[in-house]
Design a protein around this ligand. Structure first.
Ligand SMILES: Cc1ncc(COP(=O)(O)O)c(C=O)c1O
Length: 175
């Protein structure tokens, strides 16, 4: 296998993002892989595989999904991205990845309704407390941060009411 090249010019990144013809027989667009069980050369390699690297089971991702994730990460200038099957899976997956019982979360008051329902029912049941804040609070969010605040959930623009939050103020204010 040859290693993937890195490009920096935005136009070139857009043209090549997620594509890896050198490792796909010269095929320009990522082939569509259908997979469930995936073989591993040894049990040791399977049990000690690095999370989110390589492939362990088709439903957890294939090279096709990885191509999309690589493309989004390249376009956004991110370390990497994770593709999931719906917007709500992205919302809930990102939130639960950082929370455990006893934690606190701040959510903008204009958040997508099902995200609020998830906080008010599922997370509440797991012992996670949620505080809603005015989407236009800006740097004032600092006063709402508690020692156990682990997630600050923003939406910009907000659902239905379309406030555009001062995301930079919120991020730079949070410890
Ligand atoms: C802000 C926001 N988050 C999440 C979702 C959920 O997306 P999905 O319907 O793909 O689960 C929506 C859907 O409209 C949305 O507007």
């Amino acid at each position: 296998m040859t290693s993937k090249k890195t490009y920096t010019r935005p136009d070139t990144v857009l043209a090549v993002a997620g594509r890896d013809p050198d490792n796909n027989f010269g095929i320009v667009n990522p082939p569509v892989y259908h997979a469930s069980t995936i073989l591993s050369p040894t049990l040791d390699k399977f049990e000690n595989r690095i999370p989110f690297e390589g492939y362990g089971y088709g439903r957890n991702g294939t090279p096709t999904q990885k191509a999309l994730e690589d493309a989004v990460a390249a376009i956004e200038g991110a370390h990497r991205s994770i593709a999931v099957q719906s917007g709500l899976a992205a919302v809930t997956g990102a939130i639960v990845g950082f929370l455990k019982t006893g934690d606190h979360m701040l959510i903008t008051d204009n958040a997508y309704g099902p995200a609020r329902r998830f906080a008010n029912t599922t997370l509440k049941g797991f012992g996670v407390e949620t505080t809603y804040f005015d989407p236009m609070i800006g740097a004032g969010i600092e006063k709402l941060i508690q020692p156990n605040t682990k997630v600050v959930y923003l939406e910009a623009p907000g659902s239905q009411t379309f406030e555009v939050q001062d995301v930079i103020a919120a991020i730079t204010t949070c410890p």
